[in-house]
Design a protein around this ligand. Sequence first.
Ligand code: PRP
Ligand code: URA
Length: 209
Amino acid sequence: MQGVTVVEHPLVQHKLTLMRQKDRSTKGFRQLLNEIGMLLLYEVTRDLPLEAVEIETPVTRMMAPQLVGKKLVLAPILRAGVGFLDGMLDLVPSARVAHVGLYRDPETLSAVEYYFKAPSDLEDRLVLVLDPMLATANSAVAAVDRLKERGARDLRIVCLLAAPEGIAHFTSVHPEVPIWTASIDERLNEHGYIVPGLGDAGDRMYGTR
Ligand code: PRP
Ligand code: URA
C-alpha cells in the first residue's frame, strides 16, 4: 500500500505475537510495547538527514556524521500512545513531546479531544504521531488535523496494528503523511475493533476496563 511501511523485522513480529496473546500480563504488555516502540523508531528515523562535523578522536581529527535540524517531536495519542514513549525517549532523549488527549466515543467511534499540549515551533520539526492502534483512524485523523492547525508540516504516523479501513480513511484525508506499522490486520469488526487485533490497547496497558 502506498505510503505505508510494514516493519517486518523478526524481533518486531515476535514481540507483536506475544502482545496479541490474551493472557499476556499488563506488565508484559507494557514492556513489549515499549520495546517495539524502540524498534519502530529505529525504522521510522532511517532517513533523517546528517551533516558532517569535524571532531577529534583520541587518535586524530576526522569529519563525522551527526543529525542536523531541530529535535524531533514525539506526539503520543493518550492513553495508549504513551506506551511507546519511554522506549523512544531512551533512543532520542532530547526529543520534544506533544500530548494529544483523545478518546473514541464508543457509540459513534468519533474522536473526542480532551487535552492538547505541544511545543510552539512545530513547523520546523519532524512530528511522529504515536498510537498503537489505527482502527477507523478517526483518532489519527483528528490528531494530525490538530497538529497541522498548530503548524506541523512534516508528520509521520507510527502504530502497531492498522486496519485496512483505517489506512484507507487516513490516506484519503492526509495523503502526504506516511504510516509505519508492524502489521496490517484483516478488518474491523462491528464495534470498530481490529481483527484479529489485540483488544483494547489502553485497557491492556493500564489494567483497566
Ligand atoms: C484507542 C486507541 C486509539 C484509538 C484507535 O483509544 O488507543 O487511540 O482507540 O481507534 P480509531 O482508529 O478508531 O480512532 P481509546 O479511545 O480506546 O482511548 P484510550 O487509549 O485512552 O484507551
Ligand atoms: N482501539 C483499540 O484499543 N483496539 C482496537 O482494536 C480498536 C481501537
